[in-house]
Design a protein around this ligand. Structure first.
Ligand SMILES: NC(=O)c1ccc[n+]([C@@H]2O[C@H](COP(=O)([O-])OP(=O)(O)OC[C@H]3O[C@@H](n4cnc5c(N)ncnc54)[C@H](OP(=O)(O)O)[C@@H]3O)[C@@H](O)[C@H]2O)c1
Length: 272
């Protein structure tokens, strides 16, 4: 049974979800979503820019699991912020997802004009069509600017986070403001080499688990909502099997791997 985290507005999010970045639109996404829901996941993380919202919606429908039992996140893309078409973009996402609400709507990247966009997200939230709203890739200084004008405090900040970039300082700041933390690319992303790390492999041996399970467990134990991606049924299933606990000293060992290494773009220097 996956634990839930309670947002600052009372909405509950399952601590573990399936990510679908780079999961191909069509059968690959439909299957991944269906396998995940069949295995017991109740949380899917997509984005308009992933180009697979349609297939996520289809996977949910075909799973036969009632929509209200599933926590669904999507994100507002940068171009839509720049063009001031936040509401249209949100409605297009709902249409593709074949649903009339999302559980969480995020500003995907801290592009200029994001404070203006946040006002639109607040309206969407007030309308009930997003049960919670939040941000992604926000550093402390981005949040400070947003909080100066926000009426609704973001429920969550979804950022790159894994043992090489544990983001503990940002997490301390977010928590002091009532903002939950969410780890993306928790396994080091596609093509990363995190899971080859010797320390993680030693811990995997010690607990008789996979390195991925060690990292996912570490995230949940340090109160980060986590969304590993896979298109393989066996991995989707095994990534959910994290009903074990790491000893405090092993949590520390993983924390000590932090070296500030990013596998993805830097939120302070991105050009898309
Ligand atoms: N907000 C943002 O800007 C942002 C950015 C990036 C990601 N995200 C979200 O976070 C999710 C996760 O991040 P991510 O997709 O970048 O990377 P990730 O989940 O850290 O890693 C995915 C990679 O790990 C492999 N993998 C999965 N389970 C494994 C296992 N048990 N053993 C070995 N390898 C395994 C996957 O391969 P296979 O698929 O071949 O199994 C894939 O290559 C995304 O899907 C997306 O929803 C958000």
């Amino acid at each position: 049974m996956i634990k839930k985290k309670i947002f600052n507005n009372g909405v509950e999010i399952p601590m573990l979800g399936l990510g679908v970045y780079q999961t191909k639109d069509g059968a690959e996404t439909v299957n991944a979503v269906k396998w995940a829901l069949e295995a017991g996941y109740r949380h899917i993380d997509t984005a308009a820019v992933y180009g697979n919202e349609n297939s996520v919606g289809l996977g949910i429908k075909e799973s036969g699991i009632p929509r209200e039992e599933i926590f669904l996140t999507t994100k507002l893309w940068n171009e839509d912020i720049r063009k001031g078409r936040e509401l249209e973009a949100f409605e297009e996402s709902l249409k593709r997802l074949q649903t009339d609400y999302v559980d969480l709507y995020l500003i995907h990247w801290p592009v200029e004009n994001r404070e203006k966009s946040w006002k639109v997200l607040e309206e969407i939230y007030a309308s009930g069509r997003a049960k919670a709203i939040g941000v992604s890739n926000f550093q402390q200084h981005h949040l400070e600017k947003l909080l100066a004008v926000a009426k609704v405090i973001p429920a969550i900040n979804q950022v790159e986070a894994h043992p090489y970039l544990n983001n503990n300082e940002l997490a301390d700041y977010c928590r002091s403001k009532g903002i939950a933390m969410q780890a993306y690319s928790p396994l080091g992303g596609t093509g990363g080499n995190l899971l080859e790390n010797e320390v993680l492999n030693k811990l995997a041996e010690k607990y008789n688990r996979t390195p991925a399970q060690i990292v996912i467990c570490w995230d949940i134990q340090r109160d980060f909502v986590v969304i590993p991606k896979s298109v393989h049924k066996d991995r989707i299933i095994s990534n959910l099997e994290v009903d074990f606990e790491l000893l405090p000293e092993d949590m520390e060992v993983i924390n000590s791997l932090n070296c500030g290494k990013r596998f993805g773009p830097d939120p302070d220097h991105f050009d898309f």
